[in-house]
Write a protein that binds this ligand. Structure first.
Ligand code: GUN
Ligand code: FE
Length: 459
């Protein structure tokens, strides 16, 4: 498939306008402007459809997808630890607080080596693009140089990215070999990173954006958290952090501040419309109200939660309350770099929450009723939910949105999707199969702002 700037794409598309709601359009015409923004979406039967089709044909701007191919919005991964990519799939045997000290901080400390950073980050961004992740929200490390390299690589490869230099300065929780020297240097490093990203040549359209990134409350001194709150007010940048993730972490913050993560972050000026709260498993009903009022978003990380969280996030309840929620892999707390895998985890976790897991308990005592979600909600949080959390025009295939999309090929070589040659399935079932079974082999093309950023060779 080619780049689509200035072209008209004729395709069958799927998108999720609202939680639980799927729009499937056969033979849609998507007109993409020279900047990669969707100028028009027209459906068969629309007044302008025939004329749009004829004129695109005449001017040789029409691009058509093949049989058994579908266009979906690209995936928005709201929570990735870029430096943890080398430990993807391992080191999952201990609780969060031990995992950080034993495996993760020693690994992240290695990014003082710019060469190591470049090698890992090149590989990571290629992998995510192959998996259809068109927008990635990254934690880097405390290192300015390595995190700037990640920003350079995303820009070079054309991935939409929000990136934070991690701030962590508390000597009680962070080892001497891996922490900011003090609050002042963590703050000035964050400021330098923001300025560096904003000044990157070629980043005039802000494909890559800086994020203020206190790792989580336990790893930051109060002075640093206050300073980052002020910087947030001053710059209006996005903010990302971990929130009420595990029993230990939630309890630590309660002990230190006498309040929950959400309340403490709010008092510090870190809970804004552009804040991404990773996990948030233990948020209270009041926290949900506060998060909603501030318009902050949640990165649901279901696979990582299996290993580190001691609980299942009440996704259905939070969606019903109208909170803004997207999906995260949490590489490498979650041992998969595929947001489609996260969709599957979100669905299965919600079923376990609803039914409960202890067979010794009576049916009525085992779970939390009405907690399940299905492929529709999972697809929503992986695409438009994530776009909504970030407050960016992404995650949907509508006029005014960026053309960030993937081409799914059901008949790709080694596809795990059962697809008969006649494909007599309903569109709803086809999407369900894609969400449940597609892998990177089915992702033939990944476009960001209309440009090809990944493409599988034709068989
Ligand atoms: N809390 C603080 N740091 C981390 C991290 O790297 N991963 C996860 N899952 N939780 C954290
Ligand atoms: Fe995380």
């Amino acid at each position: 498939m080619t780049g689509l700037r200035g072209k008209v794409l004729k395709a069958t598309l799927f998108q999720a306008p609202a939680p639980g709601d799927i729009e499937a359009v056969d033979d849609a015409l998507i007109t993409i402007d020279d900047d990669g923004v969707i100028a028009a979406l027209s459906k068969p039967g629309d007044a302008v459809y025939d004329q749009t089709l004829a004129s695109a044909r005449e001017t040789h701007r029409l691009i058509e997808t093949g049989q058994h191919q579908y266009v979906l919005p690209g995936f928005v991964d709201l929570h990735i630890h870029a430096p943890q990519f080398p430990q993807l799939g391992k080191a999952l045997d201990v609780p969060l607080e031990v995992w950080l000290q034993t495996y993760t901080f020693p690994l992240e400390a290695r990014y003082s080596d710019a060469g190591y950073a470049r090698a890992v980050y090149e590989r990571l961004v290629d992998t995510l693009l192959a998996n259809g992740t068109t927008t990635a929200v990254y934690f880097g490390t405390t290192h300015l140089e390595a995190t700037t390299i990640l920003a350079d690589i995303c820009l070079e490869k054309g991935q939409r990215a929000l990136i934070g230099k991690v701030a962590m300065d508390d000597p009680d929780q962070c080892p001497d070999y891996y922490r900011d020297a003090d609050a002042a240097s963590a703050l000035s490093g964050t400021r330098q990173f923001i300025e560096a990203v904003q000044a990157m040549p070629g980043n005039e359209k802000r494909l890559v954006r800086p994020v203020i990134t206190p790792r989580f409350i336990p790893s930051c001194t109060h002075a640093l958290l206050e300073g980052l709150g002020e910087l947030t007010r001053e710059t209006s940048c996005h903010v990302q952090t971990h929130c009420s993730e595990s029993d230990w972490e939630h309890g630590f913050v309660l002990e230190r501040y006498g309040k929950t993560d959400s309340q403490a972050l709010d008092d510090l000026g870190l809970l804004t419309r552009h804040t991404v709260l990773a996990h948030s498993n233990f948020i209270t009903t009041d926290d949900m109200g506060l998060i909603k009022e501030r318009g902050a978003g949640i990165a649901h990380c279901p696979l990582s939660n299996v290993y580190f969280s001691n609980a299942v996030f009440p996704l259905r309840r939070a969606l019903e309350k109208g909170l803004r929620i997207g999906l995260g892999t949490d590489i490498a707390g979650g041992p998969s770099a595929s947001l489609l895998d996260s969709c599957r985890s979100a669905i299965s976790s919600s079923r376990l929450l609803e039914d409960g897991v202890n067979p010794r308990l009576a049916v009525g005592d085992r779970g939390v009723e009405q907690s399940r979600i299905d492929f529709r909600h999972a697809f929503y949080i992986a695409t438009s939910g994530g776009g909504d959390v970030l407050d960016l025009p992404i995650g949907r295939l509508e006029r005014g949105y960026q053309f960030d999309a993937v081409l799914i090929d059901l008949k790709a070589p080694s596809s795990a999707i059962t697809c008969l040659s006649s494909n007599e399935e309903s569109l709803d079932d086809t999407l369900q199969k894609i969400v449940m079974n597609a892998t990177r082999t089915n992702i033939r093309t990944t476009w960001i702002a209309g440009e090809v950023t990944h493409s599988l060779p034709l068989p």
